[in-house]
Design a protein around this ligand. Structure first.
Ligand code: ZN
Length: 253
């Protein structure tokens, strides 16, 4: 059984299309999404509709959740994108049924899922929507990471930081370091915290979209190039989304 896990699409249509084409070539049986379908990018409707149609389930990310609360804890660029997305998606009394369904779907996303020995969250097992488990936590914040490891049983799978890789029980982090693909096996009886990376806004210095394929005994990450210049154009054309959100796509930061 091979399950593709996507996360942090952030309204980036070009990256999502490239990743789905790549997944289509890998004999995958199932598709799951760990949230942040929207935010930052220019095409929320497209991304929501694709995930609704293709993923077996999708979790609530902090950017999805921010549509329904005040986003004062977000930085100004992210907050501006929340407002842009809300204006695009929030139905009025005259809006189409399609628009209402989209909004209702986003509002009712679950916070966590458990399947076999895998626990899925957007952020962390302690705070499924908001807490960041950073690639540097093992070095800079080992107490925090130890406490997170004690809050799940076997293998936790998350997104949120946009930094793909894996923490093992010794608090070491293995990232992709520019590799196009990486596979890491799960040793019997050990715990792991897996981050599947981001499709729509990678932040590990590699601009290529990232997703993971989960199997019973291993996880593989894949990097997929896409034409981010098209997405950048669309971001600038909104006249609302900050140009920094376009620039960072080229840097993978
Ligand atoms: Zn995100």
């Amino acid at each position: 059984m091979k399950t593709a896990i996507i996360s942090d699409l952030h309204s980036n249509r070009e990256a999502l299309e490239a990743v789905l084409a790549d997944i289509g070539r890998r004999n995958v049986d199932d598709l799951l999404c760990l949230g942040d379908v929207v935010g930052y990018g220019p095409e929320p409707e497209f991304c929501v509709d694709v995930v609704r149609k293709k993923a077996r389930w999708c979790l609530m990310g902090n950017h999805d959740d921010a549509l329904f609360r005040d986003a004062s804890d977000f930085n100004p660029y992210a907050r501006g994108a929340v407002e842009f997305t809300r204006r695009r998606l929030n139905p009025r009394w005259w809006s189409s049924a399609e628009k209402r369904v989209r909004w209702k779907w986003l509002k009712s996303l679950p916070l966590r899922m458990t399947e076999g020995r895998f626990l899925f969250v957007h952020g962390s097992p302690r705070d499924p929507v908001r807490e960041y488990v950073l690639s540097t936590d093992g070095i800079l914040n080992p107490e925090k990471l130890r406490s997170i490891f004690s809050s799940f049983e076997r293998i936790a799978v998350a997104g949120h930081t946009h930094q793909p890789g894996i923490h093992d029980e010794s608090m070491r982090f293995h990232g992709l370091n520019g590799e196009q693909r990486l596979t890491i096996g799960f040793e019997k009886g050990h715990k792991y915290f897996v981050n599947v990376g981001s499709i729509g806004q990678p932040r590990d210095g590699d601009a290529r979209a990232c997703y993971a394929v989960l199997e019973e005994d291993r996880v593989s990450w894949y990097r997929v190039p896409y034409d981010f210049r098209i997405t950048q154009e669309k971001i600038l054309k909104t006249g609302v989304l900050n140009e920094l959100l376009a620039r960072r796509l080229a840097m993978g930061k």
